[in-house]
Design a binder for this molecule. Structure first.
Ligand code: GLN
Length: 249
């Protein structure tokens, strides 16, 4: 099997080395004999129909302002890619721009792609620190996700929209709702960045399997388990730090 990964705006949205998530996806696929081809999708580029997985990282307001009109112009391409079964992971600034709009810290209204059912407005205080979530992407199989957040944006999900997870410690979407991120089918948006996938390998595997589903009769293939001792240890350190920071909800 081969997986085509479309990386949106690699030259603009890569804060906290978000690009490292791509290294994790590529290596975990390679360990299962799955080749990953990474396509950069920049300003003015069409969203390639052959992308099985789309990835967009985070950025400061300045970089977001540079890409926002282009992201909005890609709305149709992104939607048809998701409708055709592609999976997606959007982090922080990229997550905000997949919603309808982002009002940045200077009060400027940036257009979004309107793919995820949400909008975001910057607040005065930044929400910073380790985060621990409980996610249930597969009903009956709750998993924890440990990460780091640093955002001024308060993201409000539309009525009925699904979050990615429940906040066990940290701020999450807006510091109040108790929820973090957004899930729309195979598309996930989250504020957790930096090394998100290295310490949450189950999420990397979920994305790989969901991305390959369309090559497997619509069913995510069963991936061979890997020895994740180091990854689990990294998760546990981050989870402990988040818990020490304290549960806010
Ligand atoms: N500029 C956005 C905010 O502060 C996103 C920041 C980021 O990607 N770290 O909310």
């Amino acid at each position: 099997m081969k997986l085509v990964l479309g990386h949106l705006y690699p030259e603009y949205l890569n804060i906290y080395a978000d690009r490292g998530n791509i290294a994790v996806l590529t290596q975990r696929a390679a360990w299962r004999g799955i080749e990953v081809e990474v396509l950069a999708i920049g300003l003015g580029d069409a969203v390639p129909a052959r992308a099985d997985l789309l990835y967009v990282g985070g950025g400061q307001d300045r970089e977001q302002a540079l890409v926002a009109p282009d992201m909005a112009a890609k709305a149709e391409g992104l939607r048809s890619s998701l409708d055709a079964g592609a999976a997606l992971l959007a982090v922080c600034g990229g997550y905000q721009l997949l919603g309808r709009s982002y009002v940045d810290a200077a009060g400027a209204l940036l257009p979004g792609a309107g793919i995820l059912p949400l909008h975001t407005e910057a607040g005065r205080r930044r929400l910073i620190g380790d985060v621990l979530l409980e996610c249930e992407l597969e009903p009956g199989s709750p998993r924890t996700l440990a990460g780091f957040e640093n955002h001024a944006g308060r993201t409000l999900l539309d009525e009925g929209a699904l979050p990615l997870g429940r906040v066990l410690a940290g701020f999450g979407n807006d510091g109040q709702s108790g929820f973090e991120g957004c899930r729309l089918g195979r598309a996930l948006g989250t504020y957790l960045h930096g090394p998100l996938l290295p310490r949450n390998p189950w999420l990397a595997d979920w994305l790989i399997a969901e991305a390959l589903a369309r090559q497997n009769g619509g069913v995510p293939p069963q991936l061979a388990p890997l020895g994740d001792a180091l990854e689990s240890a990294a998760h546990d350190v981050a989870a402990r730090r988040a818990r020490e920071r304290g549960g806010r909800f």
